[in-house]
Ligand binder design. Structure first.
Ligand code: UD1
Length: 432
């Protein structure tokens, strides 16, 4: 199992480039199921979740070429015949976003068989809202040996039907999954209380380019007029706002002068406002942000995670690493997932002073951090440990970095390019 070895203390200097958004790329790849034509996606990040999605689509009979036409970040997908519309447990268990194929599979083939995702480290993460929405559109759902089987009306021969769907709770992949089901449904579908994340808007832009009729993506009400077929297209994935945010914090925590390039500052509003409030100096350009700190101490500030455009839960762990370096007490409230504080124990082992009560963590700063052997537990928790290691005294060893490889493209190479001392090791303890 790969590890990172990080020696802290170097301020990050120079320009670091942001990749395409994993969380946009995943639904956009699933959207290719909706047409038998070729869909070309640009700016696809080279991360493990994308390789998992490639395997998933290929296992159903799709042609998927990552790095198409010798362009590393271009992907070609052609779902000519989907001979096996099944998302197998072996794949779903490693990537919960596999449930995103449910809506497009039923819409295109009339049937889908998808392994039920279990809980994961950050919480139970049910998909009941996806299922409820599909049922409202006329799908018949049955369960069998851990699999969910869905059929469109008339035993899979008819089309899904437009419906009025009010989400009880805002769900990002739920909105995306049902949007993909609705574009080929008969009649109009109105969704209320939708997720407004930029990844939903990105997916809608792709679907519209494929011939779908969608209004209101990016707002809480989305209207879809179903069409009978979609065609191929070419689409460029948005920059990854979470990777960009992680780099902003890397610049701030290391006391550097870092230019975070190829990002979309419009998607980072809540984080930018919070960092500026703490005393981080940011120069926001059209597609880049320069981050500087180090002159004066950072001031503690509370955060409360919310759906977009609020403070993203996917930035909570990274912010907490920075909060350990602020003067004063920051209260961090996690409102989206019930168990998203697994980085706390590891940050405390590095010398942080963080206490957790329910969904609230209290960070008392500023704490000098020390290197330690730490364990990555999920994607964003791992990022927070890398950030802490950048300022820790000595050499931190991060175990299980496969979590970080799920969603960050060669993060160690990018950080090394701006002066961090970080290297990947096959297995520093010589274990298998
Ligand atoms: C997506 C992101 C993830 C991010 C999260 C919240 C992708 C691939 N993943 O995950 O990185 O952390 O949004 O911004 O885009 N819920 C239900 N029933 C459902 C669906 C969700 O109760 O059917 C609950 C979840 O357990 C959670 C909340 O709703 O408490 C929000 O989850 P959701 O927005 O669906 O997260 P994901 O789409 O899985």
């Amino acid at each position: 199992m790969d590890k990172f070895v990080v020696r802290g203390g170097n301020p990050l200097l120079g320009t670091i480039k942001v990749s395409g958004a994993k969380n946009s790329a995943l639904p956009c790849m699933a959207a290719a199921i909706l047409t038998e034509d070729e869909v070309i996606l640009e700016n696809i990040p080279q991360v493990r979740d994308i390789e998992t999605e490639r395997k998933l689509l290929a296992s159903m009979g799709a042609e998927v070429e990552l790095g198409y036409g010798r362009a590393q970040h271009r992907t070609r997908i052609k779902c000519g015949i989907l001979s096996d519309p099944v998302a197998k447990y072996e794949i779903v268990k490693t990537m919960r976003a596999s449930s995103l194929v449910l809506g497009p599979l039923i819409a295109r083939t009339g049937m889908a068989r998808v392994a039920m995702p279990g809980g994961c480290a950050i919480g139970g993460r049910p998909i009941d809202l996806h299922i409820k929405g599909l049922e409202a559109m006329g799908a018949e759902i049955t369960y069998d040996h851990g699999y969910l089987e869905a059929r469109s009306p008339n035993d899979g021969k008819g089309r899904l039907k437009g419906a009025h769907i009010l989400f009880d709770k805002i769900t990002v992949t739920g909105t995306e999954d049902l949007l993909m089901a609705a574009v080929l449904a008969e009649g109009e579908t109105i969704f209320e209380n939708c997720a407004r994340e930029p990844e939903v808007t990105d997916l809608a832009a792709l679907l519209i380019a494929m011939g779908a009729k969608i209004e209101g993506a990016g707002s809480s009400t989305i209207r879809v007029h179903g069409v009978t077929s979609l065609h191929g297209t070419r689409h460029r994935i948005n920059p990854d706002r979470i990777e960009a945010g992680t780099f902003l914090i890397a610049g701030a925590i290391s006391g550097g002068d870092l230019n975070v390039d190829s990002c979309d500052p419009a998607h980072l509003g809540a984080l930018i406002a919070k960092l500026e409030g703490c005393g981080v100096r940011l120069d926001v350009g059209k597609d880049c942000i320069r981050v500087r700190s180090g002159d004066s101490p950072l001031k503690a500030a509370d955060i409360s995670t919310e759906e977009y455009p609020g403070f993203p839960t996917d930035m909570q762990a990274q912010y907490m690493a920075l909060a350990t370096q602020m003067e004063g007490t920051s209260v961090v409230s996690e409102n989206i997932f019930e168990n998203r504080f697994m980085h706390v124990g590891e940050l405390n082992r590095m010398g942080a002073n963080i206490s957790v009560q329910g969904r609230t963590a209290t960070v008392r700063g500023k704490s000098p951090l020390q290197s330690a052997a730490v364990m990555c537990s999920d994607l964003r928790a791992s990022a927070s440990l890398v950030l802490a290691a950048l300022v820790a005294d000595g050499e931190t060893i991060l175990d299980r970095v496969y979590h970080i490889d799920r969603g960050y493209e060669r993060i160690e190479e990018k950080l090394r390019g701006v002066g961090a001392q970080i290297r990947r090791m096959g297995d520093v303890f010589g274990r298998k």
